[in-house]
Design a protein around this ligand. Structure first.
Ligand SMILES: O=P(O)(O)O[C@H]1O[C@H](CO)[C@@H](O)[C@H]1O
Ligand SMILES: O=c1cc[nH]c(=O)[nH]1
Length: 291
C-alpha cells in the first residue's frame, strides 16, 4: 500500500517535507549537530562539497573527507526535531518516494552526533569528551512508538525509583547506542564513555534556575547520585535519547559524542567552547575516515 500524501509529505520538487532533500543527496554516514552554524565548521575540513540545502533549522551539506562520503545535518535543539530529522532521513534511504512504498532491501545508516553537553559528576572536567554508551530519556518521544522491545526497562525502573519522579512527568526510557560504533570510538584515549541523560530543556529540566522556581529542587542531586551496577550518569544534553531510540527503531546505528562545556557540580563553563568543539570535530572526522 502506498503511503498517503498526508503521511509521507513531499515538496513540489519531490524532496522530503522539512529537510528539503532528495534521496541521492545523503550519504550512508551522517553527522548530526545541533547548531546550524556547526555544519560548516565540520565541512570546512572536507575535500569537496557536493550538496548544500537549508530549510528552517535543518542545514545539510554532503561531501567527502579523505575520500569518505559524509552528510552533515543540523537538527536544531531537542528530541522533537530528532523525530523529524530521523524519520525523513530514513524515508530518503528506505522508502521509494515515487511509488511511496517501503523498499525491500533496507539501508543501515551510521549516525554520529557531534554535540555539546554538561557534566554532572565532579571528576568529569570541562573541555573533555564523552561517548554515550546508554541514554536515559526524560522526554517522551519513544513512548509514542512501539518501542518496548528496544528499551532497557530494568535501568528505567531504577531511574524512576531512585529519582522519585512526580507521576505527572513522562516515564524515563533507556536506550543503548550502537555497540559497534561505541567500541570503535571509545577505543581512542581522547574519549571516555558514559551514561547520558537527555531532557526537554536547558533550564529547569537541567536543574538551572534563573528566575522561575524548580518543581523538584533535588532533581539534579538525585540525578548525579543515581547508580546502576556502579555506573553513574555522566552528562546532560537534549538529543541523544531520541537519536538512539529512532536509530534502533529504524534499524540504523548511532553514537553520540559529547564535548563537555559545563560542569554543573563545580559551576564552571568552558572559557573557549569553540576549541573543544573543533577538537571533537577533527577527532570524529579522522576516526570516520579510518573506520
Ligand atoms: O550543541 P548541541 O549539539 O546543540 O547540543 C546541546 O546544546 C544545546 C543546548 O545548548 C542542546 O541541543 C544540547 O543537546
Ligand atoms: O549544560 C549543558 C551544556 C550544553 N548543552 C546542554 O544541554 N547542557
Amino acid at each position: 500500500m502506498p503511503i498517503k500524501e498526508s503521511e509521507l509529505v513531499l515538496n513540489e520538487d519531490g524532496s522530503i517535507y522539512h529537510l528539503h532533500l532528495l534521496p541521492h543527496q545523503i550519504a550512508d554516514t551522517i553527522i548530526t549537530v545541533g547548531d546550524p552554524e556547526r555544519v560548516e565548521k565540520v565541512t570546512k575540513h572536507f575535500d569537496e562539497i557536493e550538496v548544500k540545502v537549508s530549510k528552517r533549522e535543518f542545514h545539510t551539506q554532503t561531501g567527502s573527507y579523505k575520500g569518505k562520503r559524509i552528510t552533515v545535518i543540523s537538527t536544531g535543539i531537542g528530541t522533537d526535531n530528532i523525530d523529524i530529522v530521523f524519520n525523513e532521513l530514513d524515508a530518503l534511504a528506505n522508502i521509494d518516494l515515487k511509488t511511496r512504498e517501503v523498499k525491500t532491501a533496507l539501508k543501515k545508516l551510521n549516525f554520529i552526533r557531534i554535540g555539546t553537553s554538561g557534566a554532572i559528576q565532579k571528576d568529569i572536567p570541562i573541555n573533555s569528551l564523552i561517548a554515550t554508551e546508554t541514554a536515559i530519556g526524560f522526554d517522551s518521544l519513544l513512548h509514542f512508538y512501539k518501542s518496548e522491545t528496544i528499551q532497557d526497562t530494568k535501568i528505567a525502573s531504577e531511574v524512576l525509583q531512585q529519582l522519585a519522579m512526580a507521576s505527572f512527568k513522562a516515564r524515563p526510557y533507556v536506550i543503548k547506542g550502537s555497540k559497534k560504533l561505541l567500541k570503535y570510538f571509545s577505543s581512542f584515549e581522547e574519549i571516555k564513555t558514559g551514561i547520558t541523560a537527555t531532557n526537554v530543556g536547558f533550564y529547569a529540566p537541567q536543574g538551572r534556575v534563573l528566575r522561575a522556581e524548580l518543581q523538584d529542587e533535588h532533581f539534579m542531586q538525585k540525578l548525579s547520585n543515581f547508580k546502576y551496577n556502579k555506573q553513574k550518569i555522566t552528562n546532560l544534553e537534549m538529543e541523544t535519547s531520541g537519536i538512539y531510540g529512532m536509530s534502533r527503531l529504524l534499524g540504523h546505528r548511532a553514537i553520540s559524542l559529547n564535548a563537555i562545556l559545563a560542569n554543573r557540580i563545580t559551576g564552571e563553563f568552558s572559557k573557549n567552547p569553540e576549541e573543544i568543539v573543533n577538537q571533537l570535530i577533527t577527532f570524529t572526522l579522522d576516526k570516520i575516515a579510518a573506520f
